[in-house]
Design a protein around this ligand. Sequence first.
Ligand code: GGG
Length: 354
Amino acid sequence: MSEHRIAVIKDDGIGIEVIEEGIKVRDAAGTEHGITWQFTELPWASDYYFKHGHMMPSDGLDTLSEFDAIFLGAVGVPEIQDHITLSGLLLPIRRSFDQYVCERPSVLYPGIDSPLKDKQAGDIDMVTVRENTEGEYADVGGFQYTGFDQEMGVQVGLFTRKGCERLITYAFELARRRDKKRLVTSITKSNALGYGMIVWDRSFEAVAERYPDIETNSLLIDAACMDFIRKPEDFDVIAASNLFGDILTDIGAIITGSMGLAPSGNIDPERRFPSMFEPVHGSAPDIMGKGIANPMAAILSAAMMMRRLGDDNTADSVELAVLRTLELGETLTPDLGGTSTTAQVGDAVVSALS
Ligand code: GGG
């Protein structure tokens, strides 16, 4: 019997609703497979900010470091500027725990209509590996002349050889492990960003040399956006910088049916720190509290977490239960054309486990 200690941060918005269903499914799957999950809910994010002026306590990262993994819902409310919520919680966790890989699969599942013409289940099956600790989201920059008409903001895109190579190496290893198209596509913009993205390109070329069995391709981000729509079936593993990966994975989510189906893992491949699992979607304040948010992205993120913790069988059965629920098509939330509630979808996935 294995036991895992999981820190749960549900807030904000629909994060609360979807994480509850993720826990429901995880508990049921754990019972079936003899795994105990010890959840500790940490009431952080925007409500905490309203009370204390910051998104988590000053020793929040120390607290999190004691856990095996972090399961997070969403952050962001209309009353607080997004850069405060992101910089106060998500980004420090990703950076401090060196979760330098953000793995985001985009798969067209059975029973799902892609907005793209003639795409069948399985036609789209790719994983974007997003650099998660530096690049365009590096914590480097500053303001000057604040309050004057020449107000200035400097935002530094930081591309280190080590940072690029370790991320790209993960992408190549993943292409090998998946053993599908055995193709890694690099997303660049070195025609315009002639410093950082040149380091990115050089890193890609250097790593590619170590993987003669894996095909490679390099696309400018603008061409990649077109090709995600035009011929998504051509992709396998995509290596992208922090910003480009963030943008591309929203396209990846929407061409495979819904943001409500897109899971993600912020991973420290070296296992020195807890990794963090969260749906790609945000807090969606427009549908918050209505009970109609799709919990499948959170449930699939829980499955990614189980896989990371070594519980492959449990992860397989949760993923299969989601697939069965989608294929049946009887219990779906409105984003997938259904009329079911968040909790009903969670229950349906639990029933499909057996
Ligand atoms: N599910 C996590 C969440 O709330 N994400 C919102 C967001 O803006 N994320 C930006 C990012 O992933 O970098």
